[in-house]
Design a protein around this ligand. Structure first.
Ligand code: G6P
Length: 640
């Protein structure tokens, strides 16, 4: 989803802006752009002949924007840049950011830009503001909600950009992270956030003033700086050459203690593709390592496992002791991880568990319960609906909150009482893979901790489960070795337009996740169903043109699943079955079986999802889709 990068320095920052955009590309975007201020001298180049705000935009990739600015020889010491994921107004150059304001009046188009702005989020009252600004003579160039902010700031500007941004943000309803430049203040950059993430990066200089950066994600600054200040809700940041100032929502300056500088591990090597064709493929194959890292240091089942993320001191013992119920809130793939966990939490820990899609929970009337532990699951930790659902639960009086999240510095981790930070590493592919399996591992640990708190985990069970978890990386390696067989399945799927995925018990959410993966990246219509529900509807769709994938571990439901498979075969449906080694299901006419290397018991969903990830990946490759950046989708959904 939209990304922001900004910089104020003494040397050319265009390279930093473009590199930042490239690092944010994985979030998904449909256009990009940058604006620089050429009104300040560059330490390493002659003073530019054309001064003032200059903008370049493109509906192609960042690489194209880069070629454009290189051809124009654009260099400057202050600038802002953006990747846009369209919400208001089609993906088109005139809707791409930065937006500018040239002031009011019919001759505005002939004037140089006075304000340049990039925005992430959605301004809900943009129509009223647009009408008001139009009445005052402002001419709009785009259909975006963002352009109103540029004109609003212009209308409020009286020689001090920070004051104008503050006054403008006071009039905005909705979510935003913005970065703003003004023609009259060449070495100043002002940012503000409410509802969308924004961080400040502090650079270094051997002599002269230190450069400062702004970004919607610290990852955008990997390789530039690892010294980061995380801005909080309502913060504004005023950046000038060699200095910055954070101002709170109430207008008071916040000192280093309130907004500390953190050194963040950005692992720039993580974002290298290496020998892989796509990030998704790389991330599927990284899963043994990601699981090993996520479970590193887990010697025994203790509540402190969820305590240790170094933001505030936590009280995990008390929280788990006071937990009677669990409410899981998440979106997308993370939601399906929650659905698997419900089976574990109810069967192993006997804790009643509800799993709800965050965007539904946040807007419906629900019955709060102070003894419910609210668990959010999020790869990014910035998903707008999940964050809003968390805050909604807190506002209803549910103070016990825990997140399972892949980004230690995210809003989700900061805002939850307890956290387990998965160590999947940066996930670039829009379709989540290694984040999902590591979330499942963390959710299994949560299950065991709650089982222990409820007196339902014997020392033998604890040792057995821990042994099984430690075996996961090796078990996953063996599953990944099935790839050649999956490619043969993918060759069949590539020619289809529909597919059905069946599972039972904790493998029902795995079927849902398999269907989601296939539809996201290959654009094949796919649905996941609990196998027992087949005859209540989807069986009507089954023909030889609709492949049916069944996840068939050797569990208590295997015989029932076998009957469901017969129902498919009897209607001419072609089956693709992921069977455990000991299930005695064998390939035959219209029945393709891949045998999983071992029987994994309770942890089986973590293993069974991997062939489905590979199936989606290879099918998409054969269909020639943009695997890592599927159309219309974004990695980090920071707006509603
Ligand atoms: C987007 C991504 C999905 C992800 C979902 C939730 O839709 O494309 O891969 O599962 O957001 O994201 P989160 O970061 O909260 O896990």
């Amino acid at each position: 989803m939209c990304g922001i990068v900004g910089a104020v320095g003494t040397t050319d920052v265009v390279g930093v802006l473009l590199q930042g955009l490239q690092r944010l590309e994985y979030r998904g975007y449909d256009s990009c752009g940058l604006a620089v201020h050429r009104g300040a001298p560059l330490a390493d180049a002659p003073w530019p002949s054309e001064r003032g705000l200059v903008r370049a935009r493109s509906t192609a990739r960042v690489a194209e924007l880069q070629a454009q600015v290189q051809a124009d020889g654009l260099r400057a010491a202050t600038g802002i840049a953006h990747t846009r994921w369209a919400t208001h107004g089609a993906p088109a150059v005139h809707n791409a950011h930065p937006h500018v304001s040239r002031g009011p009046g019919p001759d505005a188009a002939q004037r140089a830009p006075r304000v340049a702005l990039v925005h992430n989020g959605i301004i809900e009252n943009h129509e009223a503001l647009r009408a008001e600004l139009q009445a005052r003579g402002y001419v709009f160039e785009s259909q975006t909600d963002s352009e109103v902010i540029a004109h609003l700031i212009d209308s409020l500007y009286d020689g001090d950009l920070l004051a104008a941004v503050r006054a403008a943000t006071a009039r905005l309803h909705g979510a935003y992270a913005i970065a703003v430049l003004h023609h009259d203040e060449p070495q100043r950059l002002v940012g503000a956030r409410a509802g969308s993430p924004l961080v400040l990066g502090i650079g270094s200089a051997t002599d002269g003033p230190v450069p400062h950066y702004l970004a919607s994600d610290a990852l955008a600054l990997a390789g530039v700086t690892d010294r980061i200040v995380f801005l909080a809700e309502g913060d504004l940041v005023d950046m000038a050459l060699g200095r910055y100032r954070v101002v709170g929502a109430d207008g008071r300056a916040l000192d280093d203690a309130a907004r500390p500088v953190r050194v963040v591990e950005l692992g720039s090597q993580d974002v290298a593709l290496g020998p892989y064709r796509h990030y998704m493929q790389k991330e599927i194959f990284e899963q043994p390592r990601a699981l090993a890292d996520t479970l590193e240091g887990v010697e025994g089942i203790v509540p402190e496992l969820f305590d240790d993320h170094g933001i505030r001191s936590r009280a995990a013992w008390r929280v788990f002791g006071e937990t009677d119920r669990v409410l899981i809130l998440a979106c997308g793939t993370s939601y399906y991880a929650g659905c698997v966990a419900r089976y574990w939490l109810e069967s192993i820990a006997a804790v009643p568990t509800t799993v709800e899609i965050a965007s539904e929970y946040r807007y419906r009337d629900s019955v709060p319960d102070a003894r419910t532990l609210v668990v959010t699951i999020s790869q990014s930790g910035e998903t707008a609906d999940t964050l809003a659902a968390l805050r909604h639960a807190q506002s209803l009086g549910m103070s016990h909150t825990l997140t399972i999240c892949n980004v230690a510095t995210s809003a989700m981790v900061r805002e939850c009482e307890l956290a387990y930070v998965t160590r999947a590493g940066v996930e670039i592919g829009v379709a989540s893979t290694k984040a999902f399996t590591t979330q499942l591992a963390a959710l299994f640990l949560l299950t065991l901790v709650l089982a222990q708190a409820k007196g339902r985990l014997s020392a033998e069970d604890e040792a057995r489960h821990l042994r099984a978890m430690r075996h996961l990386p090796l078990a996953l390696q063996a599953v990944l070795a099935l790839e050649p067989q999956i490619i043969r399945w993918a060759e069949d799927f590539a020619a289809k337009e529909h597919a059905l995925f069946l599972g039972r018990g904790p493998h029902y959410p795995i079927a849902l996740e398999g269907a989601l993966k296939l539809k996201e990246i290959s654009y094949i219509h796919a649905e996941g169903y609990p196998a027992g529900e087949l005859k209540h509807g989807p069986l009507a769709l089954v023909t030889s043109a609709m492949p049916v994938v069944a996840v068939a571990p050797n569990d208590a439901l295997l015989d029932k699943l076998k009957s469901n498979l017969q129902e498919v075969r009897a209607r001419g449906g072609v089956l693709y079955v992921l069977a455990d080694a000991d299930t005695h299901i064998t390939s035959g006419e219209g029945l393709h079986v891949i045998r999983m290397p071992e029987h994994y018991g309770t942890l089986s969903p973590i293993l069974h999802v991997v062939p489905l990830q590979l199936l989606a990946y290879h099918t998409a490759c054969l269909r020639g889709t943009d695997v890592d950046k599927p159309r219309n989708l974004a990695k980090s959904v920071t707006v509603e």
